[in-house]
Design a protein around this ligand. Structure first.
Ligand SMILES: [Zn+2]
Length: 342
């Protein structure tokens, strides 16, 4: 079993099969300033240039030891493709949505998915980066792409205020946006699988209890997740930021093989709730631990995560750009120390 490649170990873990040790990687953003400086592939260019995107993503595997290549480094690919206006960000801040197309309910009728979705600028950049990543990697390293889920797409298109109001006062309008998000998300994800991506991470924090009342998760969101997971051609992970404790049980019914959770969720409790239904991924705090603590403290927390039943050891959310390579290496080393000491 120790002859597993990184990719085999990652996929077996997602499938909840026995592995010699848990993989350690990030299923959320991996771009850090030190790597940008070493490689010359810097934000904001690395969000828009496939060559730089691939270079920075590979560096986060080859230089830090994280056991997967994961990109892109922001959540604006689909929002911009569907009509949001984006501010491009800087060396250490991600691109942000500054304007969105659905100001009022009637605007939803004018939204549609472009016929040439996969040819649109931002999506094409990620697809081209995939070709570059695949051509430079041995094939033994898992390739993970993050894409937005239906709630995140809906919220980005109508703005957070409309999203919060419409989920109560105009659920039928929100449903139209969720359908659009589900369709776009499924088509984009499958195009990534066609290019050889091993897993997609559906980032959908707007479906979580921090924004959406948990009963609405089951009635409004879960059916879309089931549709997505039924139609995907490859491995999939769901990432929800914040404290997802209240919806964990339903998340585990969604059909996603992996559930990526933040440190706000108690891991041993989550393991009990989810059981064998999904692979738990997380949940070291990217800011309070990975950015701010010492290598020794990071190792201690990482080992506790493994002890508490995590299936893939990972940061609970995107890595902060000013996190040091040294700290990420300590995070990776913690996994090896854990198994060596047993
Ligand atoms: Zn997150």
């Amino acid at each position: 079993m120790s002859d597993l490649t990184l990719k085999q170990r990652f996929i077996k873990s997602l499938e909840r099969k026995n592995v010699d040790k848990v993989p350690v990687c990030s299923v959320t953003q991996t771009g850090i300033v030190q790597l940008m400086e070493i490689t010359g592939a810097k934000w904001p260019d690395a969000h828009y240039d496939p060559e730089k995107m691939a270079t920075l993503a590979i560096a986060a595997h080859s230089i830090t030891g994280l056991e997967a290549v994961r990109y892109p480094f922001c959540n604006t690919v689909m929002p911009e493709t569907l009509g949001c206006i984006i501010k491009e960000g800087s060396l250490d801040t991600q691109p942000q949505i500054v304007d969105f197309p659905c100001k009022k309910k009637e605007d939803v009728a004018f939204l549609s998915i472009p016929d040439n979705l996969l040819e649109s600028k931002r999506i094409k950049t990620v697809l081209m980066a995939t070709d570059i990543v695949k051509s430079r990697l041995s094939g033994d390293v898992p390739v993970i792409v993050g894409i937005l889920g239906p709630a995140a797409i809906a919220c980005s298109l109508c703005g957070v205020n409309n999203y919060l109001i419409w989920c109560i006062t105009a659920p039928e309008v929100l449903e139209e946006l969720l359908i659009l998000g589900t369709t776009a998300c499924t088509e984009y994800a499958n195009s990534l699988f066609d290019r050889g991506v091993d897993a997609v991470v559906i980032i959908d924090s707007e479906a979580g209890p921090d924004l959406l009342p948990p009963p609405l998760f089951e009635s409004m969101i879960l059916p879309h997740y089931k549709s997505i997971t039924r139609n995907l051609k490859g491995h999939s992970i769901l990432h929800i930021c914040g404290d997802a404790t209240e919806i964990l049980d339903k998340m585990a019914d969604s059909g996603f093989e992996g559930l990526s959770i933040e440190e706000k969720v108690n891991l041993s409790y989550a393991s009990q709730i989810v059981g064998g239904r999904a692979c738990l991924i997380g949940n070291i705090s990217p800011v309070l631990t990975l950015l701010q603590k010492s290598p020794g403290q990071i190792k201690e927390e990482a080992k506790k995560c493994i002890e508490n039943g995590v299936g893939i050891l990972a940061p609970g959310c995107g890595i902060a750009p000013h996190t040091s390579i040294e700290n990420i290496r300590a995070f990776v080393a913690a996994r090896d120390e854990y198994y060596n000491s047993k």
